[in-house]
Design a binder for this molecule. Structure first.
Ligand code: MG
Ligand code: MG
Length: 253
């Protein structure tokens, strides 16, 4: 069972998500190949979130030392921002959370750094599309497995591996809450039933090679086991009577 939110509560999460969407866009636009470092992006994220009246949900969450998870190339998620400038041809995943007036939003986007290879661009396109296909399944009465099965099928039909070790989650007044696991793989028709008023994060992590991952000694950084490129796209959504509503966009769709 997920926690059910009222329409007023969902509007508070929408306000949080609107801030987050703008921050992600501005961060993406600020990347200068060979110059901008992940630490620069992290500082900018913290500044922008605070200017908007929020706080970064990730900072100090379970001890995470930054406002943003910044994951470059074969890093899947939870990269700790470094001082090393991003290079032309890299891909960089920015994963951010905003707490605005006690309500969280969580979203991730993988950006190209300058001109990237066709292969890398295809990975970004497939991962982003798998997110939207998964979101489309998030309707009242559907099951959690419907989301994962859809994401997995699309990703694997494109020859990529969908990460199993990390999953989406419920969100609200906590960054992670019930339902605690929304996998990006699974079996349609299985799992808990989705209900109107649930707010969840769907977040496929897709590797160009194997779905297997390894965690570095820092206890955070997750990399693809075969050093293949990895992409990550995430939205916070609300399940409404008329279907999924994406909360982490700047404009209403
Ligand atoms: Mg996230
Ligand atoms: Mg998340």
């Amino acid at each position: 069972m997920g926690l059910i939110k009222t329409e007023a509560e969902i509007e508070k999460m929408r306000a949080s998500g609107r801030v987050l969407a703008k921050v992600l866009r501005v961060l993406g636009e600020s990347i200068v190949p060979g110059k901008t470092s992940p630490k620069d992006l992290d500082h900018l994220a913290e500044t922008l979130i605070k200017e908007a009246g929020g706080t970064p949900s990730f900072l100090n969450y379970r001890g995470f030392p930054a406002s943003a998870c910044i994951s470059v190339n074969d890093t899947v998620v939870h990269g700790i921002p470094t001082n090393e400038p991003l290079q032309e041809g890299d891909i960089v995943s920015l994963d951010l959370g905003v707490n605005l007036n006690g309500w969280h939003s969580d979203s991730a986007w993988t950006f190209p750094v300058g001109v990237i290879s066709n292969e890398a661009q295809r990975l970004l396109n497939v991962t982003r599309e798998s997110l939207f296909q998964g979101i489309a399944k998030a309707r009242p009465g559907a099951r959690i497995g419907d989301i994962g099965a859809t994401v997995q099928k699309y990703v694997e039909s494109n020859g990529y591996g969908v990460v199993r070790d990390l999953v989406g989650h419920g969100i609200g007044q906590s960054l992670h809450e019930e339902p605690h696991s929304i996998p990006n793989f699974g079996i349609a028709g299985k799992g808990a039933v989705l209900r109107e008023g649930m707010t969840i994060c769907i977040e496929p992590m897709v590797n160009a090679g194997t779905w297997k991952v390894k965690i570095l000694k820092d206890g955070w950084t997750v990399k693809s086991a075969d050093q293949s490129l990895s992409a990550h796209f995430e939205h916070t959504i609300a399940i409404t009577k008329s279907g999924p509503r994406i909360l982490t966009t700047e404009l209403d769709s």
